[in-house]
Design a protein around this ligand. Structure first.
Ligand code: 39S
Ligand code: MET
Ligand code: ZN
Length: 760
């Protein structure tokens, strides 16, 4: 019996990669220092996996920024704007300068668009492809270099590469690509490059290559059986290659894709039995995988609960007759979970007992592998422990919350915008505002760290936060914004901050998970019924409001986003959990309103992200997502405005849902995708306030007033000026004041120019 994991976190146990790359970007360290940290991190992962007893160890799971960007660079699919003399030059230094420019932008060169990796909180960079841009295998090829590094350490690995279908289907046509051209049209050319890479890997001694094809779990991927067959028939027929392992995850792939893959020469197929438990039936329906190996993803790579070992064993058992060999694996890469539970010192033991982070999941995989080869006897003791420590979920029930939710009638979710709309009929055109957070300065972070460590007391902490709020309010008044914010200095993160104040959640000290590039989050763990012991934001917001005559927007994180960016209990439907979070937020909204706050924003940044990958599951999801948002917000009076904010621009399919949220104003990311969204909204007949982000906050570049003005005029083609709001496309916490202040001044100036024209 053999074992594998599809991938492992790459940031390092102490976020070494974050520190090293940020230092490099600031010019504080050299290329060779950064490369040395990277090599150490890779080695650490391989040794961890080897020492834990994993039989098949993946390589090339490391990335300096993102694995989709790596793949674009691997095949030389670099957009023209990064091929100018400014980016010319040979050698490691020039190579990295180009690489990070594609990720982060540089001077006047916009980075690649960034978007969500399927339904996770990980973001990848979107390759831009065009017919004239033929792929070519780069030299040195990263998968080869990393394989060779491992080999030099005496560790046998198999490189992991994004598969051709997933790569092309997640890419987008460059602006200059002809109408109707699709990245998938590059398939044949690209397969030539994969073939060349496979031959070079084989020559270097690689016995196997893992090609990741999560796209097969989506509707789009399922709609391309012909491309799937072309790709893997061709790669399968190569004689000069390692074994091919096609890894699929984030859902089942359906019998059609299984049939196709069965016919090709690939040796291994990986299935996600956690997100797609129906895979077992699908494999049975195609009468098994014949002579192929099935990599059974039974250990959840997306959540932090310990595996249910007896259940995993029985799943594995049911697969044994359906393939030539069964390999125990994780459901997907462990990129999405924290590294090591042992690093946590403050967790309640009752909760800790139920958890497994990446390192512990590796042990689960190895254990299951042993059980499968030796029979249950091999792990009798662990099975017994699993049986006796079965979660006592009754201990986490809060009868009061359940009774309140049961008692809520329909009026709790009544349509509010129509009622409030009248009171808001004479809004001025093009009101300016921001999404909530202002830069998290080193001083602010230090105050939080000092407070946590007990180096400063509550009073001193409050004093420092208030000083920051004063500064942010003054700055916004000076810039001339219309609706102000307090700047969120007291929040480590928009989800973690609330999780720390709600019962039913625990948070970690070192449970970092990569979100994009060097940015990480510590997703809280939602383990039981959720309730709000006391007000969470009212003191900060009312303080901010006391410092200005302009309206200050209260700022909360919505139920869907609280769930999307936490690890959530799996013993009840997500919709039930969302209603509990919503009820707590409803109380907070009401407290804010009672304290005189007239604009309240409930961020649903992750609404689109959590949309199921399969259309057949959309209706269910949207029903509970919309219901919980309404539950949180619909208790307000007629003169209070409800705002919401969403990141991630591909709203095409859910504009109807955005309307049903019933918010008065919705701000959305749009800057990196050029206002496409405004057209989507207009087409769908959306009639509420809308703030399409007028510039991209993910890049350090300062937008000019001219370009913002043109974005606004663009938006006005489709939106009435009274409904158009002017704002950046997301919060400003990751930026520095040197960038934010001029950017906001330009934004206000652009709005002023457009407004002047409207009057004239
Ligand atoms: N959860 C979540 N998901 C999201 C977003 C988001 O805001 N939150 N935004 C979108 C984009 N994703 C993002 C993810 C992370 C960050 C981000 O800025 N993360 C920070 C960490 C934020 C944080 O938790 N900060 C804490 C802890 C900071 C810290 O590192 N502390 C030191 C010690 C303190 C010190 O001396 O500095 C440590 O723990 O080692 C705080 O400020 O209090 C980072 O990586 O740098 C931004 C955007 C989508 N997904
Ligand atoms: C990732 S969405 C961010 C929303 C939040 N209010 C902020 O401004 O940071
Ligand atoms: Zn956002």
């Amino acid at each position: 019996m053999t074992t594998t994991v599809l991938g492992y976190p790459r940031i390092g146990p102490d976020r070494e990669l974050k520190r090293a790359s940020e230092a490099y970007w600031r010019g504080r360290t050299t290329v060779s220092e950064l490369d040395a940290v990277a090599a150490r991190l890779r080695r650490g992962v391989w040794e961890t996996l080897r020492d834990a007893g994993v039989a098949e160890i993946p390589a090339n799971t490391f990335s300096y920024y993102d694995h989709m960007l790596d793949t674009a660079v691997l095949f030389d699919l670099v957009p023209e704007r990064f091929r100018t003399p400014a980016f010319a030059g040979e050698g490691r230094e020039a190579e990295l300068r180009r690489y990070f420019a594609m990720a982060r932008g540089a001077d006047d060169v916009a980075p690649l668009e960034m978007t969500k990796w399927f339904d996770t909180n990980y973001h990848y960079l979107v390759p831009e492809l065009a017919p004239g841009r033929r792929p070519r295998l780069a030299d040195p090829a990263k998968p080869l270099s990393e394989f060779t590094q491992a080999k030099g350490l005496g560790i046998r690995t198999h490189p992991v590469i994004v598969g051709p279908l997933t790569f092309l289907m997640l890419a987008k046509p460059a602006a200059d690509a002809p109408e109707g051209w699709r990245p998938l049209d590059l398939l044949d050319d690209l397969l030539g490059c994969y073939a060349e890479l496979l031959a070079r890997l084989a020559a270097a001694g690689a016995h196997q290559v893992q090609l990741d094809e999560p796209i097969l779990a989506t509707d789009d991927g399922r709609a391309e059986p012909v491309a799937l067959e072309r790709a893997y028939t061709r790669l399968g027929e190569l004689t000069d290659r390692p074994e091919l392992f096609v890894a699929t995850y984030f859902g089942s792939i359906g019998t059609a894709a299984l049939d196709v893959l069965k016919r090709t020469g690939v040796e291994r197929i990986g299935l996600d039995l956690v997100a797609g438990p129906e895979s077992v039936d699908e494999v049975a329906a195609v009468s098994g995988l014949g002579g192929k190996t099935l990599v059974a993803g039974v250990v959840d790579g997306r959540n932090v609960w310990r595996a249910d070992l007896p259940k995993a064993l029985s799943t594995l058992g049911s697969l044994l007759g359906l393939a030539d060999r069964v390999v125990v694996g994780t459901s997907c890469s462990l990129l999405h979970v924290p590294i090591d539970l042992d690093a946590e010192t403050d967790l309640d033991p009752v909760i800790r007992e139920r958890l497994a982070f990446a390192r512990q999941k590796v042990d689960e995989v190895v254990l299951l592998g042993r059980a499968l080869s030796a029979g249950d006897g091999g792990i009798a003791a662990e099975l017994e422990r699993a049986r006796t420590s079965a979660p006592d979920t009754a201990a986490f029930v809060n009868p009061r919350v359940r009774a309140r939710l049961d008692a809520l009638g329909d009026s709790a979710v009544r349509n509010g915008h129509d009622r409030r709309g009248a009171a808001q009929a004479d809004e001025p055109p093009l009101q300016t505002t921001t999404i909530g957070s202002f830069p998290q300065t080193p001083d602010v972070r230090k105050a939080r760290a000092d407070h946590r460590a007990g180096r400063i007391d509550d009073a001193e902490y409050t004093r420092r936060m208030r000083a920051e709020i004063d500064r942010v309010i003054k700055l916004q008044e000076d810039i001339g914004l219309d609706i102000l914010v307090h700047g969120e200095p007291e929040r480590n993160d928009m989800v973690q901050y609330f999780a720390e104040r709600l019962d039913g959640f625990v948070t970690t000290q070192k449970g970092w998970v990569q979100s994009y590039g060097s940015r990480c989050v510590r997703p809280p763990i939602l383990y039981g019924d959720v309730s709000r012991p006391e007000a969470m934001t009212v003191d900060w917001i009312t303080y901010a409001q006391s410092r200005t005559d302009k309206p200050v927007k209260g700022m909360l994180t919505g139920p869907v986003t609280m769930l999307a960016w936490s690890f959530v209990r799996d013993d009840q439907p997500l919709g039930d959990t969302a209603r509990q979070v919503a009820l707590a937020l409803r109380d907070e909204v009401s407290d804010l309103e009672r304290a005189g706050i007239r604009h309240i924003q409930v961020d649903e940044a992750a609404l689109r992200e959590l949309l199921p990958l399969r259309a057949e599951r959309h209706a269910d999801y949207l029903a509970w997502a919309i219901g919980s948002f309404r539950l949180a917000t619909s208790g307000v009076g007629d003169s209070t405005r409800i705002h919401t904010h969403m990141c991630y621009s591909e709203f095409g399919r859910i504009v109807g849902a955005i309307e049903q949220l019933d918010a008065d104003v919705t701000s959305v990311e749009a800057a990196r995708s050029h206002m496409e969204l405004v057209d989507d909204l207009a087409e769908a007949g959306y009639e509420r306030g809308i703030g399409p982000g007028v510039y991209d906050i993910h890049s350090p570049r300062v937008p000019t007033a001219d370009e913002i003005e043109s974005a606004l005029r663009d938006a006005l083609r489709a939106v009435d000026p009274r409904r158009l709001w002017v704002n950046p496309d997301c919060g400003l916490k990751t930026r520095r004041y040197e960038e934010v202040e001029p950017a906001l001044r330009n934004m206000v100036e652009a709005a002023r120019r457009v407004r002047a024209d409207l009057v004239g």
